[in-house]
Design a binder for this molecule. Sequence first.
Ligand code: GDP
Length: 224
Amino acid sequence: MDKAKKKEKNKKEKENNNEPKEDEITFKIITLGDSGVGKTSIIERYIKGTFQSNNASTLGVNFSFKNLYINGTQKIILKLLDTSGQEKYKSLSKSYFKNADGVLFVFGLNDKDSFDNIKDWMIYFSEHCSIENIPKILVGNKCDLERDKGFDPDLIKEFVGEINIKYFETSAKDDKNINELFEEMGKTLYKKGLPLEKQKGKIIISKEVHKKKTNKCVKCFIDF
Ligand code: GDP
């Protein structure tokens, strides 16, 4: 196959996979938390609008893409990285930390232990990610279920206040707050990552948002 045909084939494949084109703005969002809290289900609900009562465990790291329109017009792409909470895959998921633009720390409202472990996930993340001020959201999933009796009602509130993190209660099962969660993250990333000069056709340089492997600044063409 000649070069041009190969290029065209790759382009078509990318389009079919909903993968972003080079000039599109893509934010990588990583989900972290214990196994079984619903990380995969939250992503599946958001991407496909479906819920499976018996999701197979995530092995390693999976990713999927979704377009999001900010203020109804500006398209950004969310690349959602679904990591396994299993110990044996921890070293694999940490290789994705350094490229993450945003993080969702997920626990189950029916599982106090998974909440207690969030601090460890946060420490683990900060140990392996050198970029400061990455947008983070704490997610209490499975709000459709009865809460773990060990949860003091003020416990989450105190923790959220203490570390000053945004907090969402979601249900992947009942589709509660799932779109809102990703919209909030998308808006925060967009606000943080784009410079003020939002003019049509302007070349802008953004180090924070468009980190390539080299971690150098790359030029991005913003098409308003
Ligand atoms: P992960 O290991 O964190 O990715 O968790 P999964 O997404 O695989 O979910 C683990 C189990 O919890 C599965 O049986 C899901 O069907 C179930 N689950 C996930 N989210 C919810 C939810 O919001 N409500 C209820 N009731 N079950 C959920």
